[in-house]
Write a protein that binds this ligand. Sequence first.
Ligand code: UDP
Ligand code: MG
Length: 322
Amino acid sequence: MDRSQPKLYIIIPCYNEQDVLSITAPQFLDKISSLVAAGMISDESRVMFVNDGSADETWNIICSLAQQDSHFIGISQSRNRGHQNAVLAGLMEAKDMCDITISIDCDGQDDINAMDEMVEQYLNGYEVVYGVRSKRDTDTFFKRFTAEAYYKLLKRMGVEVVFNHADYRLISSRVLQEFANYHEVNLFLRGMIPLIGFPSTEVYYERHERLAGKSHYPLSKMLLLAFDGITSLSIKPIRIITGLGFIVTILSIIAIIWAIIAQVTGHTVSGWASLICVISFLGGSILTALGIIGEYVGKTYMETKGRPRFIISERTYEKRNE
Ligand code: UDP
Ligand code: MG
């Protein structure tokens, strides 16, 4: 297959980004122009914005960008569905229109200059190129520490993720065609892409501060994504519970035997404290176990509904009939 001068679509999820869009949009366009000038990509490459149900001027800005330059195009989700769904909507929309996609946030945090090397690696034969943060200087100690602990935990749970990689990556449309067959609604893209396979590699870049506007990922959302990452891709927590249940059962049997012996030999003491300990420990572990199982039952429930994962309500262009 001829890989030269691929048609690149840069996929950019945007949620209430009116402050930063006008700063970063020209940067993305410049990047396309310089890659075209270097003969690396086709001039039919595009910057595709995915408006994730913004409540501000974001969609209007995208529409006027699309009018100014034909390299800008946009789609709009019918409502806010979150970052992962927005990226998915963009990827699925683009997969039949281009040869390669690069997903990146619109706030200028990820260094767009890493795209050159990503495209180069595609030309070298790779189908997926992960953008990996070379250092975490701009993060607080808390974020750095929790992020690293989380990657280790994911690995323990058998979830394959690329260390220090978020959602800045190149994916070829070849891989996206296969990815379209993954129908799950609980999305954790960075854990799902490695499952598809195909040759992949990494490219290093530095992550900066946001250029304008503020983060939409407060701690609570981050924790939710982190939890989804584990429970969407691993069933190890359920196994751990089963193992714990087994150990606790054996311990209880020993305790019961001990209690009977103590009773028979007349060494009974006022066992109030130990009783309370055992009851609360069991109560706690049973509730935790139920909670984790409930989490999976809930996920199964959501998956069985098979609801659409995104709904595109508007486009800045006419959709081609397939
Ligand atoms: N985003 C989105 N939908 C949301 C929240 C965020 O499409 O519900 C987009 C946002 O516009 C940005 C990217 O996802 O392009 C990452 O969000 P943000 O920069 O707020 O997160 P952070 O970088 O602070 O983790
Ligand atoms: Mg950001």
